[in-house]
Design a protein. Structure first.
Lengths: 351, 351
């Protein structure tokens, strides 16, 4: 079977069946990162040009920042302190060395903020730019996707859908600019409109919420980052913790800017928020009531964990089953926009 | 400047200037792997189809084996015990899931032999097959490239140039087969000739010499694996240890099969041995005289470490400076064959 038909989950199961444990790992394939005996947490993530980032509207430094944020996020999503980053770079041999320097500067920016460091890596020559980042960290008490308990509240940091909204703004600008360039002899780089700056920032630099994890870790039960979209990631918590989660549609934090982008694009903000990935916010459960702001970051209570299974959305008194998923790295479209069909909220399953 | 002009060493210096240490690392950029405080060793390596391996004459399982051997070798080359392997896979979405399974089976084969395990990874869809493997290990007393001391003997395991000879045999077979296919309606896969089987095995499955490191580690001073070619890797020892190394041409172990391949191809076996990479043998220095066989692996004394600097080759009483290098991942040709010019042994520097 083609792997895009098998999908990410199917492929992970196939890999799990192929490899064997030899007692070196406490938490292996299936969480944000793997935990070794001794509390070292380690993760690896790959990013390809044209799939995970675009050099048409991102600088090399921004590519470095974005990829580093995304990779480090997996360590933070285990309640770990990031320690070192290793960068594997597959790059066209014609690339300029200053571009490589800028890319590493971007990774370094994020390392400075996260108090970790670039400790090595590898550069090979290919025709297509691919980065693979390995990150290690320390987590004495790692928080897992399987930690959610019935009776917990569900929380999310920041706002949902902002990164994808930012990507759409940038892609749209780049498209308009290209067509203007074709019409006139030269085009000027258009500035991002003021209202969209926060969105673009979250797409380009989705800095992991380490300060929230540091403050709240002892009270956190289940934890994941929102890399694949709120619906998919909440479902991961459901499956791994064997619980039912009911999200409250009215409380999912969608920023006014994201709502404006949705209006302009004719998109439903709630669907957009459920399906859009790569915010790298923290989605977690805790028994405790938490303040609305923790170390300068918004924390919203958006639902409840119950006994049972599956992901549900409560909306104006109705509770609907959320069947689908945001983003599948293999079978899905490249961006969540492709997934905003009717099918992902199955209204017939009303309960 | 284009990175292929800057070269690998120049790029490493540029990266070193760009990133900052934050005290998390004992040994950072510039050795086979980096060493964290606490004795964890970690490395990452990327491999691209058409550059580091070829699916025209390798099965997916062989690709997994070869890449895993190469990545794990960096841990062994620090005198570390490999622990976990993380696989980042960039793969065309049309790939068959059985191919992915075979690739992971190949990685698993090597893990079983090295007593480590696949602990996670990442799969993304791209148009070009690229693997990035991160490997961790434990090394209480890591052996570094900088450990060679004047007065040491220089040793190498196995035989030199075998992997590249094996690659040439396979590539040649694949070429002949293609042209036969064009002439007749169908071609049969030609068997590797008996004399070349060992060469092909070393290209496809360059299993790291963990059993030698285990036996000899306390007496080893400087240590590196021969991934870039004997000349380049010996030079790394010279530079990092600030010593002069004189290799004895008569004692460099070139197998009869490699010599036969060189004769058939019209190549000078000594030049071939110095320039050919990817044997993943151990090149190390020790004060002690060592047996010629350790745990079933040949160990040859091939030279001496002296005060001074630079790499030299002693040959029939002459001592020549070896100016060049085997393989540069950015500026060099893909294979050492491209480097077998006259320039890499500078005879004018006779001393």
């Amino acid at each position: 079977m083609r792997i895009d038909r098998l999908g990410e989950a199917g492929l992970i199961r196939l890999i799990q069946r192929t490899v064997r444990s030899r007692g070196r790992v406490k938490v292996g394939i299936g969480d944000d990162a793997c935990v070794l005996r001794g509390g070292t947490v380690i993760t690896t993530d790959a990013y390809a040009e044209g799939v995970h980032f675009s050099l048409t509207y991102m600088s090399w430094r921004q590519v470095g920042q974005r990829c580093a944020c995304a990779a480090v996020s997996d360590i933070v999503a285990m309640a770990g302190q990031p320690e070192v980053v290793l960068v594997s770079l597959a790059i066209p041999p014609s690339a300029d060395s200053q571009s490589v320097k800028q890319l590493y500067s971007g990774v370094e920016d994020v390392c400075a903020e996260m108090r970790c460091e670039v400790a090595g890596g590898d550069v090979i020559a290919t025709d297509r730019l691919v980065l693979a980042l390995a990150v290690t960290g320390k987590a004495e008490h790692p928080k897992l996707r399987s930690g959610a308990r019935s009776g917990d509240r569900v929380y999310v940091t920041g706002s949902v859908g902002a990164a994808e909204a930012g990507r759409i703004v940038l892609a749209e600008q780049s498209r308009v600019q290209k067509s203007e360039c074709r019409r006139h002899s030269a085009g000027r780089r258009k500035a991002v409109p003021m209202w969209a700056k926060g969105l673009v920032e979250r797409h380009l630099r989705p800095v992991p919420r380490l300060q929230v994890v540091r403050a709240l870790a002892p009270g956190i039960h289940g934890l994941i980052d929102t890399s694949d979209g709120l619906a998919t990631d909440a479902r991961h918590l459901c499956v791994m913790s064997r619980v039912r989660i009911v999200l409250d549609a009215e409380r999912i934090p969608v920023s006014p800017a994201t709502a404006r982008l949705c209006t302009e694009q004719g998109l439903d903000p709630m669907r957009f928020a459920l399906a859009s990935g790569e915010d790298y916010e923290l989605l977690f459960t805790s028994r405790r009531p938490l303040p609305e702001r923790v170390n300068g970051v918004d924390v919203a209570c958006i639902g409840a964990v119950q006994t049972g299974s599956g992901l549900f959305l409560s909306h104006c008194g109705h509770v609907e089953s959320v069947r689908l998923s945001g983003y599948d790295h293999l079978s899905g479209g490249v961006h969540s926009g492709a997934l905003l069909g009717d099918k992902y909220v199955d209204k017939s399953a009303d309960k």
